[in-house]
Every structure is written in structure tokens, then in C-alpha cells.
Ligand binder design. Structure first.
Ligand code: COA
Ligand code: AMP
Length: 623
């Protein structure tokens, strides 16, 4: 069916549209109430449906003849391991681990934090929680103890599941000491931690708190899926907001399963049995949706890749995986392709491999810059699809829907709204802007299934952050415009930046920089970076009377961010300036700083207090 008619149906008759899509998954009790509002006035999908996401991902396929198909390929160049796990095996392991969690008192509604690297035990832990109706919250392994502690305090887990170490290229990173430190920092103390001991580093265990993952699994009995309401939470995933306190994005079970199933078929053009590879990390939403849940719900083979696009061992790593596992769809961040291009500008390493299985390359996490698009497209000669979404949506909001009707690609645009998303560009006053005018990207309510129903324990922040700006709209936080052909171009934002595909808050970095005793005030902005897309740069104004050399202050600030947020922040510059550009009412003009740093032409805002400061900022950034 052509895109336009399916899209129009989804917008004009959302209930009928999603009721039909809901028939594609195996409910315990099919929903009759398709769309409703809860007591807070927030929309909820499939309220009276009953299901279990782990059942959809595993039991259903085993019961329907897929038991011997590979569900998960663990491909780890850093440990030289390739392991195929069938649906039957993954079900057995998951059901036993769920039994183990149950014995430790975990039930429906309890929270479990998972702080783990890219190993099959992470997927087993997630699915085991889903099986019980326990709400998992996976924390990206690159985050420092301070960040982990914040999430532990907010999620209040009964159990934290972790591993002895992660491996980053040639570095073995001990996770257990980071977890121990986080648990010292956090106010909330979980009853137990379960640690998967990896051969390359055995962690010290503290009895009775720490329990060995493998031993627990060895001695446990399998348990069945708990029937859940469609609206019960499946997971919480913390994401960066404008302040230091991350937002706990909640995902429900029913809407999520229906939306992911729909997306694999209609956006990615994938069927059961296909090999789908999202080269991301389970700590991010891409990993949740497209390494774990969507491919398994669809009956695909998914790849869990513990490696990098380059240096594990070279810039041909992706091509090797594609050939070896016959990957049909690769999904990654543009930064990964920029890393490959940097090491192998002509893409010569592709010639060593047979890549005919690969039909599509999907890119997200940041805007795909036209030069990366053309490079990938010329090299692979397949559709290269930039698509736009965010942790909050859980699945793509704008894409070129390959499973319906491929459309001509415009470099720099993520194409058109996905079914279910009515997107408008809004002015400051909430008026809908006409074609080619840049404004706030808003989505008309109700959001389709799969999008966040609220923030964890914080309905008020959900309302304030997303729903209160424009009546009847969800505010995505991104800026952008729609061209004459209806193509959507997403432009940047200043409060949240994407560093090598990792979403980080400049507001949080500012809070940390401002906590340094020498700093009077500061601004942190994301500036363009050839490899990582953006990197943060700090401008700091020192308190009067500070005599510490500027170089030392910069070193201390760089260390502070690395220690508090993690190396992933790639915060390497903190430039001392005399003053910051501000409006007459005292608001820091961050956008101007970013534009100056990027060398992009800008107009001096009429609200600026003193335009002469801009020359100083220019000189400081260029020095
Ligand atoms: N655990 C611990 N540390 C991590 C980490 C993790 N999971 N991920 C990154 N880090 C560390 C790195 O080791 C590095 O530390 P260092 O400063 O001590 O060297 C630092 O964080 C910065 O990492 P990164 O920006 O990833 O740089 P890199 O040089 O290691 O790799 C890329 C650059 C582009 C190859 C890599 O970022 C990449 O593959 N990105 C794709 C991202 C992606 O898939 N995003 C998901 C959204 S789709
Ligand atoms: P995350 O929540 O980590 O997925 O990050 C979401 C944010 O990344 C979005 O709100 C955008 O700012 C940015 N982003 C993700 N994908 C794209 C894309 N294809 N084009 C432009 N920006 C993107």
C-alpha cells in the first residue's frame, strides 16, 4: 500500500489503524479498549489487553517452530568469540534466570538496574525481568559511578545486575569497582547485586550482597511468563534532559510490542528469519528497541556486537560481520561511518568481503551529514536511510518507510513522518509554520503506541517538559523545518548534544563545571566535530581573585567531567573568558557561542546586552 494512504489512515483513524496492527502480536487477552486517557489525562494504548513481552520474544517463536533458529549471535572481536544462541536456548536461559530472580523475591512491578557490557547475559537479564513483569533499567556501561548512583536512587532497584568488566577496544574496564563506588554514593541500597564473572577479570565479591550470575543460573528452575497489562511498564531508560537529573523514560508493554513489530516490517522491511544488526549498545534506546526487543518479537536473528567499527581489528570490521552472518539490515550511527571513512577513505576493505546480503543501511542518533550519506551510498550502493527518533519515542518518528514505498532520498533529510506521527513545525507562539520555516518540531497528540506514557515517578515533569509548551502537542526538543515536498529536516538543539551517537546534557555539564570552586559562571555548548558529530566545549568565567593558572583549572574541569559523567562525554576544552554573551535579562546566549565555534554565519540577536563580547568569545574559541 502506498505510503500516503497508509499514513493518512494512521492519522485520521488512529484507533482503527492501531487496533489492526495490534492483531499482529500474540496477546493473552486481546485489547478492546484501544485508546484511552488515564486519571492524569495522559493517553494510554490497549488498556485492557494482557500480554508478556518475553513471551512474544521467545516462547511464541519456540511454540511456532522457530526453536532451532538462531535468535542471537554474540560476535565479540575483542574476546575472539562468536556464539550462536537459538530461540530454544535463549528461552531456557531466560526462563531459568527469571526463576532465579523470582527466588530472590523479584516480582511484577519491582525495579532492577542492569549495568552491563555487550554480552548475552545482558539480554538474558533484560528478558528475564520482562518475563516476570519486573521493570528493568539498563544503564550504559560507559557512565561513571556518579551517573549510575543517580539512576539507582531514582529507580530504587531491589537488585542490580552487573559484570566483572567491559572491554573497550584493547582496554579491559573493571565494572565491579565502579558499581561498588556507585553503591557507596547512592542513598538507595539494593538488596543484592548479581555479578557475571568474565574470564578476563574476576571481580572481588562481598558476601552476602554479591551473588555470582552463573552459579545462580546453574541452580535455578525455569519460570513462566507473568501476564501483564498492556500499560504495565516494561522498562525505564534514563536519558539526558536539560538539567543534571536525567529523565526516566517509561516504556509500556503493549504499545511498545505493537509499535516495534509494525516498525520492523514497514520501516526496515524485515521479516521473520532475516538477520538484523543494530550496531549500537544495549545501554541506549537503539539497543533496547533494535538489538533486543524488535528483532526478537519479529522472529529475526539479532546480532550483539562487542566491538567498534574500527580497530577491532580494522575498518573492515563491519563488512566482516555482514558477510559472516549474512546481515540484511545494518543500523548504526553516522559517526561509525565517519570513523570507518577516516581509516579507509576509499572503502577498499569492502572489496575483501561479499556484501550482497546487505539490503539497507539505516542511520540515526544524530543527523546524517550529506558527505557521510554520499560516501556510504557510493560505497555500498544500497539505500542509506537517515531516520529520526529519540529515547522518548522508542521507535522512528521520521523515516523513509522501506517496507511500504521507498521514496527518493534527499541528503540531510530523514524523509517523511512515520505512520502515527502527525508532525508540525511550530513558532514560539505555537502557530503552525509554513514550508521551509524553521521552528520547534512538535507532534500532535496522541502520540502513537510505543512512545513514552510518562516519566518514572514524575508525571509533573513529563507534563512540564513535553506537553505544556504547546497545547495539544508533544514537544520533541528538536528544531527543524519541512520543505515544499513534505520532507523533514531536523536541525540541532542546544540543551542536549550527541557525541559519537551518545546523548548527553550540556546543562548537566554546566552544573558540574559550575560546582568547581574557581568558577563564577559557565556555558557548555556542543561544537561540530568531524568524527563524533559534536563535542562539548566549556567557556568559564572565574571568580574574582582566583590566582590558579588557567591551564590547571582546565585540567581539573576536564577531569571532573570525566570522573562524574564518564569518558564518553569527551569533554576536553574549558576555555577561560572574561564574560559570557547574555541577553539584557541575563540569559546566556548559547546558540551564538555554538555558531561562533562552528564558524557558522550568525545574526547578532537584538536582545544581546553588549555585542562587543562576541569578539572576545570569537578570539577565545579560535585561540
Ligand atoms: N564503556 C566504557 N567506556 C566507554 C564506552 C563503554 N561502553 N564507550 C565509550 N567509552 C569510552 C572510550 O573508551 C573512550 O575513552 P578514552 O577517552 O579513555 O579513550 C571514551 O569513552 C570516548 O569514546 P568514543 O567517543 O566512543 O570514542 P572511540 O574513539 O572509542 O570511538 C567511535 C569512536 C565513533 C568509533 C565510536 O564512538 C562508535 O562506534 N560510535 C557509534 C556509537 C553508537 O553506536 N551509538 C549508539 C546510537 S545508534
Ligand atoms: P536519543 O534519545 O539518544 O536517541 O537522542 C535523540 C536525539 O538525537 C534527537 O532528539 C535528535 O536531537 C538527535 N537525533 C537522533 N537521530 C537523528 C537524526 N536522524 N537526525 C537528526 N537528529 C537526530
Amino acid at each position: 500500500m502506498p505510503y500516503t494512504s497508509l499514513y493518512n489512515q494512521s492519522i485520521e483513524q488512529p484507533e482503527a489503524f492501531w487496533a489492526k496492527q495490534a492483531e499482529q502480536i500474540d496477546w493473552f487477552e486481546a485489547p478492546t479498549n484501544i485508546l484511552s486517557k488515564n486519571e492524569q489525562g495522559f493517553y494510554r494504548w490497549f488498556k485492557d489487553g494482557k500480554l508478556n513481552t518475553c513471551h512474544l520474544a521467545l516462547d511464541y517463536h519456540v511454540a511456532n517452530g522457530r526453536g532451532n533458529q538462531t535468535a542471537l549471535i554474540y560476535d565479540s572481536p575483542v574476546t575472539k568469540t562468536i556464539q550462536h544462541i537459538t530461540y530454544q536456548q535463549l528461552l531456557q536461559l531466560t526462563a531459568r534466570f527469571a526463576g532465579a530472580l523470582q527466588n530472590l523475591g523479584i516480582q511484577k512491578g519491582h525495579t532492577v538496574v542492569i549495568y552491563m557490557p555487550m554480552i548475552p547475559q545482558t539480554v538474558i537479564a533484560m528478558l528475564a525481568c520482562a518475563r516476570l513483569g519486573a521493570i528493568h533499567s539498563v544503564v550504559f556501561g560507559g557512565f561513571a559511578p556518579h551517573e549510575l548512583a543517580i539512576r539507582i536512587d531514582d529507580a530504587q532497584p531491589k537488585i542490580v545486575i552487573s559484570a566483572s568488566c567491559g572491554i573497550e577496544g584493547d582496554k579491559v574496564l573493571a565494572y565491579k569497582p565502579l558499581l561498588d563506588e556507585a553503591l557507596t554514593l547512592s542513598n538507595h541500597k539494593p538488596e543484592h547485586t548479581i555479578i557475571y564473572q568474565r574470564d578476563m577479570l574476576i571481580a572481588d565479591m562481598q558476601t552476602p550482597r554479591d551473588i555470582d550470575f552463573q552459579q545462580l543460573l546453574n541452580y535455578s528452575k525455569p519460570t513462566n511468563c507473568t501476564p501483564l497489562d498492556a500499560t504495565d511498564p516494561l522498562y525505564i531508560l534514563y536519558t539526558s534532559g536539560t538539567t543534571g537529573k536525567p529523565k526516566g523514560v517509561v516504556r509500556d508493554n503493549g504499545g511498545h510490542a505493537v509499535a516495534l513489530h509494525f516498525s520492523l516490517k514497514h520501516i526496515y522491511n524485515v521479516q521473520a528469519g532475516d538477520v538484523f544488526w543494530a550496531a549500537s549498545d544495549v545501554g541506549w534506546v537503539v539497543g533496547h528497541s533494535y538489538i533486543v526487543y524488535a528483532p526478537l518479537i519479529m522472529g529475526c536473528t539479532t546480532i550483539l556486537y562487542e566491538g567498534k567499527p574500527v580497530k577491532t581489528p580494522d575498518a573492515g570490521a563491519f563488512w566482516r560481520v555482514i558477510e559472516q552472518h549474512q546481515v540484511k539490515v545494518l543500523f548504526t550511527a553516522p559517526t561509525a561511518f565517519r570513523a570507518i571513512r577516516k581509516e579507509d577513505p576509499e572503502g577498499l576493505l569492502t572489496q575483501k568481503y561479499q556484501l550482497s546480503s546487505l539490503k539497507y543501511l539505516f542511520l540515526a542518533g544524530e543527523r546524517c551529514d550529506p558527505s557521510t550519506y554520499y560516501w556510504a551510498n557510493n560505497l555500498l550502493k544500497i539505500p542509506v536511510i537517515d531516520h529520526w527518533w529519540q529515547t522518548e519515542s522508542g521507535w522512528p518518528m521520521v523515516a523513509n518507510m522501506m517496507g511500504i514505498e521507498p521514496m527518493p532520498i534527499k541528503a540531510g533529510s530523514s524523509t517523511k513522518p512515520v505512520c502515527g506521527y502527525k508532525i508540525d513545525i511550530l513558532s514560539e507562539d505555537g502557530d503552525v509554520l509554513i514550508a521551509n520555516q524553521t521552528g520547534y518540531v512538535g507532534i500532535k497528540l496522541p502520540l502513537p503506541p510505543g512512545c513514552l506514557p510518562t516519566l518514572w515517578n514524575d508525571d509533573e515533569r513529563f507534563q512540564q517538559s513535553y506537553l505544556s509548551h504547546f497545547e495539544g502537542y508533544y514537544l520533541t526538543g528538536d528544531g527543524g523545518y519541512i520543505d515544499d515536498d513534505g520532507y523533514i529536516f531536523i536541525m540541532g538543539r542546544d540543551d542536549v548534544i550527541n557525541v559519537a551517537g551518545h546523548r548527553l546534557s550540556t546543562g548537566e555539564m554546566e552544573e558540574l563545571v559550575a560546582s568547581h570552586t574557581a568558577v563564577a559562571e559557565c556555558a557548555v555548548v556542543g561544537v561540530a566535530d568531524e568524527l563524533r558529530g559534536q563535542v562539548p566545549v566549556g567557556l568559564v568565567v572565574l571568580k574574582d581573585g582566583i590566582t590558579t593558572p588557567e591551564q590547571q583549572i582546565e585540567t581539573e574541569l576536564v577531569q571532573l567531567i570525566r570522573q562524574k559523567i564518564g569518558a564518553v562525554a569527551v569533554f576536553k576544552r574549558a576555555i577561560v573568558v572574561k564574560r559570557l554573551p547574555k541577553t539584557r535579562s541575563g540569559k546566556i546566549l548559547r546558540k551564538i557561542i555554538r555558531l561562533i565555534a562552528d564558524g557558522t554565519p550568525y545574526q547578532i540577536p537584538s536582545t544581546i546586552d553588549d555585542p562587543t563580547v562576541l569578539t572576545e568569545i570569537h578570539d577565545a574559541l579560535r585561540s
